[in-house]
Write a protein that binds this ligand. Structure first.
Ligand code: NAP
Ligand code: G4F
Length: 347
């Protein structure tokens, strides 16, 4: 039985890839750091904690010994590093801890693997945020990087380190440059989940309105379940390499908001411009969305659109879910969370 170690297992991608690996017959060692309140809601939602082939272990990316001891204990065939301080906005507030976790943390892993079990296949969760102020449209594996946040800079360090360990030590160290991917299991702080959660709360009269930041930013948004299939395929490739995973389409935050209002069957009217822009419900005339400067970032990534053709030709991977379908899935799941109370932690 193959053993996969998955860091960041309490996060969106960690939970979904664990589900995928278990379905393929792996033993999965999922690692989580100690937190004062439980962060296992996604694991409970996917029923992973009950699976006999799923083991939960404690590990912190900033602590080399916690990584080494798990490598010695389980000798994994594959290592998926999905842990990070992954919220761009927080990286401006806590740039040092972001670089220690998201950047240096990867050095801890690669050094542990090199010393302890160098034939472990390693996956690094790189990001389209490394393209930042995009130097080319669409962005592909060869596009020059220009990160625009402490998060993007930290991820770029980790990405080059992964390439460097591959080239220096002949290690199977691969990097997936993933564009935004979303799902009902997305954290509530990210704009897509903030929008789907708020719209359903509006419909249920639990809130009267909500606020957003920059609506002009454009992202290449896909479905997380498609993307973890791509992550898996990256480690099954014959050679370690770097791959872009993206849909190849881009939409603004405003587009995403409109699609979600459609999915929730709410008709809206837009008025005003820039910071004074507002959204009203057509039925009641009530103001439901306004803009708040506090959600703007010191430096923005204006336009991301990926070219996934290398992943298509070498991995036979492509995104299958349109943005309309994704909005539908997320809005429906949001209603389901309320109506079936499957998970009270996210409410
Ligand atoms: P996520 O939901 O924010 O999950 C991040 C995970 O990292 C959580 O399990 C978190 O644990 C864990 N973590 C944070 N600090 C840690 C530390 N010091 N030690 C150990 N674990 C720590 O992120 P995601 O959306 O699943 O993304 C997975 C990975 O892909 C991340 O590295 C992210 O940066 C990258 N990525 C994501 C996207 C995307 O669109 N989703 C795109 C490109 C790249 P807690 O539960 O304790 O906080
Ligand atoms: O949802 P976001 O916070 O995601 P962002 O910054 O694109 O980062 C995500 O995708 C990256 C891949 O490109 C990952 F590496 C990263 O870990 C994370 O998963 O923001 C998306 C856009 C931004 O332009 C932001 O300024 O939405 C804009 N936005 C507008 N109003 C908002 C809001 N973002 C948030 N979080 N909250 C708002 O109210």
């Amino acid at each position: 039985m193959k053993i996969a170690l998955v860091t960041g297992v309490t996060g969106q991608d960690g939970a979904y890839i664990s589900e995928l690996l278990l379905s393929k017959g792996y033993k999965v060692v999922g690692t989580a750091r100690r937190t004062s309140t439980s962060s296992y809601w996604r694991l409970k939602y996917l029923d992973l904690l009950e699976d006999k082939n799923f083991i939960l272990e404690e590990m912190d990316l900033t602590d080399l010994s916690s990584i080494s001891s798990l490598l010695k204990k389980y000798k994994p065939d594959e290592f998926y590093n999905l842990a990070a301080q992954s919220f761009v906005a927080s990286s401006f507030i806590s740039p040092l801890s972001t670089s220690q976790i998201t950047g240096m943390g990867v050095n801890n892993i690669l050094e542990s693997i090199r010393i302890t079990k160098p034939d472990t296949k390693f996956y690094q969760a790189s990001t389209s945020e490394m393209f930042g102020k995009a130097q080319e449209i669409p962005q592909r594996e060869t596009t020059p990087f220009y990160p625009r946040s402490p998060y993007g800079v930290s991820k770029l360090y980790a990405h080059w380190l992964t390439v460097n360990y591959r080239e220096s030590y002949d290690m199977f160290a691969s990097s997936g440059i993933l564009f935004n991917h979303e799902s009902p299991l997305r954290g509530l702080e990210f704009v897509t989940r903030k929008i789907t959660s708020s719209i359903v709360k509006l419909k249920k009269n639990l809130i009267s309105d909500f606020q957003l930041g920059n609506l002009e930013a454009k992202r290449d948004w896909g479905y997380a379940k498609d993307f973890v299939e791509g992550i898996y395929k990256i480690l099954q490739n014959d050679e370690p390499d770097t791959f872009v995973l993206a849909t190849g389409k881009t939409f603004s935050v405003r587009d995403f908001l409109n699609l979600c209002f459609d999915a929730a069957e709410l008709e809206v009217i837009w008025e005003g411009k820039g910071i004074n822009e507002k959204v009203f419900l057509k039925s009641s005339g009530k103001e439901v969305v306004s803009i708040n400067k506090k959600y703007f970032r010191p430096a923005e990534v204006d336009l991301l659109i990926g070219d996934p053709s290398k992943a298509k030709s070498k991995l036979n991977w492509e995104a299958s879910c349109s943005l309309e379908e994704l909005c539908q899935i997320m809005i429906e799941a949001e209603f389901d969370f309320y109506e079936n109370k499957k998970n009270i932690f996210i409410l």
